[in-house]
Write a protein that binds this ligand. Structure first.
Ligand SMILES: Nc1nc2c(c(=O)[nH]1)N[C@H]1C(S)=C(S)[C@@H](COP(=O)(O)OP(=O)(O)OC[C@H]3O[C@@H](n4cnc5c(=O)[nH]c(N)nc54)[C@H](O)[C@@H]3O)O[C@H]1N2
Ligand SMILES: Nc1nc2c(c(=O)[nH]1)N[C@H]1C(S)=C(S)[C@@H](COP(=O)(O)OP(=O)(O)OC[C@H]3O[C@@H](n4cnc5c(=O)[nH]c(N)nc54)[C@H](O)[C@@H]3O)O[C@H]1N2
Ligand SMILES: [Mo]
Length: 737
């Protein structure tokens, strides 16, 4: 015991060590995660990283990405100074310039495009890490451009859209109070470790779990029932579950009578989806469909936990997810404690238990005061429900110049590989007159497209505001000085706003004063937050009531929960949208394109998250990369046996659009006939396999997760050198089989 105490004391830095612990947050992940950090600083350098125990979101834990913070912050790929392109575009030739010259060049070019073509011809893009978004969106609107675009165009918006179409407002799963959780297409053990911890606790308390996932994922391994469906068949599964609930009288007749619209037509349509038919369409045994429907319907309260994107990364995604969310209405689990509870978001996509003025801040102008946004005429449901332009339509509008030309882009953290059909996206960006990119690292997108590159600093070098669903809020202080000449994104945006003479009193007042304005209704101030460097509980968090629709109705066109969407019906003639959650198989599938399936017999699912990588960001870190060094695809053992493929073999995956070569990883977790590939590896361009217009016509979301492909053993194995990652250590991943 003495030893342990001594060891513990040894960990705590004293005045003689010169080590100081500073508080920060890790923003390598999206704002749903973003764990608290304790950074051990000596001589201005981070020497050790731990999870912050006082931050209730991670309670001292860190994942492999956060644990590699030092490698992230001190990586040699960091952009060190502002850079100006000196060779032709794409030549990768840049030379350092002063901040003044870089910002002046950006200002002149944005103003030039504004004068020649109008402010809407300038686009403002934001990728990771979101923290500066309200500032950038306000700046874009005051500049006069409606074209603020983000990765949300391919991430969570379509999932929210399907909830809005059903209920008017989205509700999140109240895991702590639920008795049954239907985990629909998410694997928080790799993508949301905070939720994974809560789930394990809830399971100990007796939570019943049903998982819908094509893979036997770590999440599925925790489930009482795992519905292992074929990718992109979620709608058929949901309709089949509804069939059981309705025909066995397991639905809530009072809720249906009092609060819903279109039930009769829906009920009639659902009759086509007997569990046997469900089995044929999805591959899930009829008995399991029945068991899951019964368990979900009779265990009260019950919630659906959706992933942010896997169910909507299909050409039929919105309809599929809507069909799933309809089950909440059937069982009266919407907006109740332990069900899917509706809470307003407080700041940057997070509900923190307080009200802010973020929405007002982001929208100094109304959209009808500006030109139409990119994609407005293509995706009318999107354009009415969301406040961003559509990034998937961006390359199309650059090419067609319709309804007006796009000429310039100011981007923060853009990765062109997020889009499908990379060549098309690349050609589009190359067509722009002017591109400026701020990023932490010298990325392929910077090298290929930028005229000016700006060095942004990481979260530990800046101050930012973050709130957490645990009713906790933090305003960080820089733990170290920004490295090299890097600057916080917000500082860059505010300086540009000044140079562009936007003359906005709020932006001119600075970041902290803007935050104080945003936080005003909550009573929280930056001054108070600064006194609590590790964060603080939200004072007097608001307790929102259940069933808010009883007072205010549902925010749908009918004012009720809609089994038949009046919103979609409005566009049925012009856009061909189905007003019911109609199931159609993925555009390229054995059912929809049997001829194509003869040549391309595998289902290709791209993008399932690996625990150690996020987007393109952590593949470059030795620690995280060592956990999965080789670009690989997961295949079922039976398929490998049939094709003569062994673990570690090079395999070629082809679609009519192109092909890639990766290592084979034999994984029992994958069902036969499906191949899963991650886009995290820089050496492999997975999204080049997907056509630019392979998207869901309602949301515009690409069908990343259900295409058809061919898998072959690569004949030229060993001849071509394809990639140069750290030494091959086989491609077995801890969780794969
Ligand atoms: N095939 C396939 N494609 C997909 C997906 C899929 O599942 N399958 N998923 C889609 C989804 S859901 C998403 S969200 C996207 C994600 O795709 P992206 O948003 O493209 O994600 P990253 O590749 O991580 O690119 C983020 C960039 O932001 C930079 N960055 C990070 N932090 C900061 C910062 O604080 N400031 C600045 N200025 N830059 C920063 C990083 O260095 C990096 O260059 O990919 C989409 N594409
Ligand atoms: N470690 C790590 N964490 C991340 C990210 C990351 O890159 N790395 N990215 C962040 C981002 S941008 C996002 S959007 C989220 C995404 O995180 P999640 O929403 O959890 O999504 P995924 O991990 O892509 O997939 C979750 C599960 O969905 C399954 N799935 C695939 N296709 C289908 C389908 O057609 N139907 C159903 N029902 N399930 C399917 C996969 O097999 C997988 O087990 O993660 C965030 N967190
Ligand atoms: Mo995402």
């Amino acid at each position: 015991m003495k030893n342990l105490n001594e060891r513990l004391r040894g960990k705590i830095p004293g005045p003689d060590t010169g080590i100081e612990i500073k508080k920060s947050i890790c923003t390598i992940c999206d704002p749903d995660s973003q764990c608290g950090l304790d950074l051990y600083i000596k001589d201005g350098k981070i020497i050790k990283v731990e999870g912050s125990k006082e931050n209730p979101h991670n309670e001292g834990t860190l994942c492999s990405k956060g644990a590699a913070t030092r490698q992230y912050v001190y990586h040699n790929d960091r952009i060190k100074t502002p850079l100006k392109r000196v060779g032709p575009r794409g030549s990768g030739k840049f030379e350092p310039v002063s901040w003044d010259e870089a910002l002046e060049t950006i200002t002149n070019n944005l103003d030039k495009v504004k004068t020649q073509f109008g402010p809407e011809s300038v686009t403002f893009f934001s990728g990771y890490s979101f923290w500066y978004r309200p500032i950038l969106q306000r700046m874009a609107q005051i500049f006069g451009s409606p074209n603020f675009l983000t990765n949300a165009s391919v991430c969570h918006i379509a999932m929210i859209m399907s909830q809005i179409l059903t209920f008017g407002l989205p509700g999140g799963p109240d895991i702590r109070n639920a008795k049954c959780l239907l985990v629909w297409g998410t694997n928080p053990f790799h993508s949301r470790t905070d939720i994974a911890r809560h789930l394990l606790d809830a399971k100990e308390r007796g939570l019943k779990i049903i998982t819908v996932d094509p893979r036997y994922s770590p999440m599925a391994a925790q489930a009482d029932i795992h519905l292992q469906l074929r990718p992109g068949t979620d709608g058929a599964l949901a309709l089949s579950m509804a069939h059981v609930m309705i025909n066995e009288g397991l639905y809530d007749q009072d809720f249906i009578r009092d609060h819903t619209y279109g039930f009769d037509e829906y009920q009639k349509y659902v009759q086509e989806f007997s569990p046997k038919k469900g089995e044929n369409l999805t591959g899930v045994p009829a008995e399991k469909i029945r068991a899951a429907a019964r368990l979900f319907a009779i265990t009260k309260p019950a919630a659906i936990m959706p992933g942010s994107s896997p169910v909507v990364h299909h050409t039929n995604g919105v309809q599929n997810h809507w069909a799933a969310f309809a089950l909440l209405g059937l069982t009266d689990n919407y907006d109740i404690s332990g069900g899917n509870f509706v809470e307003p978001l407080s700041y940057i996509y997070q509900p923190g238990g307080f009200i802010s003025r973020e929405e007002d801040f982001k929208h100094p102008k109304k959209f009808d005061e500006m030109a139409p946004r990119i994609g407005d005429d293509k995706f009318p449901v999107w354009s009415q429900l969301f406040d961003e332009a559509h990034a998937i339509h961006l390359p199309f509008q650059i090419h067609t110049e319709k309804p007006y030309p796009i000429k310039a882009m100011l981007a923060f953290g853009i990765n062109y590989r997020m889009w499908p059909d990379l060549d098309f996206m690349a050609e589009s960006l190359e067509k722009l007159d002017f591109v400026a990119i701020a990023d932490i690292f010298m990325t392929e997108s910077c090298k290929r497209f930028a005229d000016i590159i700006l060095p942004a600093c990481t979260s530990v070098e800046r101050s930012e505001l973050r709130c957490y669903p645990e009713r906790y809020v933090i305003y960080t202080q820089p733990a170290i000085k920004p490295l090299y000449e890097s600057r916080p994104d917000v500082e860059i945006i505010l300086e540009l706003a000044k140079r562009l003479k936007l003359n906005d009193p709020l932006l001119s007042s600075g970041f902290e004063a803007s935050l104080d304005w945003i936080l005003e209704p909550s009573g929280i101030t930056i001054e108070e937050l600064k006194k609590n460097p590790g964060g603080m509980p939200v004072p007097n968090p608001i307790k929102f009531p259940e069933r808010k629709y009883l007072k205010q109705g549902f925010r749908t066109p009918s004012g009720k929960m809609e089994f038949k969407s009046l919103f979609l019906e409005k566009y049925s003639d012009l856009f061909g949208y189905d007003a019911l959650p109609v199931y159609r198989p993925p555009k390229y599938s054995h059912e929809a394109t049997p001829d194509m399936a003869k040549d391309y017999p595998f289902i290709l699912n791209t993008g399932t998250r690996l625990p150690m990588f996020i987007g393109s960001q952590t593949f470059r870190l030795p620690w995280t990369r060592s956990l999965s060094p080789e670009p690989s695809a997961d295949l079922n053992p039976d398929d490998c046996l049939r094709l003569g493929i062994e673990r570690g073999d090079d395999i070629k995956i082809s679609t009519p659009k192109g092909s890639i070569v990766v290592k084979a990883n034999i994984a029992n977790m994958v069902q036969p006939g499906v191949v899963h590939v991650s886009p995290a590896y820089i050496e492999v361009k997975v999204n080049s396999l997907i056509e630019a217009d392979y998207f869901d016509p309602i949301s515009g979301f690409p069908g990343y997760k259900s295409l058809l492909c061919k898998v072959e053993k690569e004949k030229n194995a060993g001849i071509k050198k394809r990639h140069g990652g750290p030494s091959a250590r086989g491609s077995d991943r801890g969780s794969s089989d």
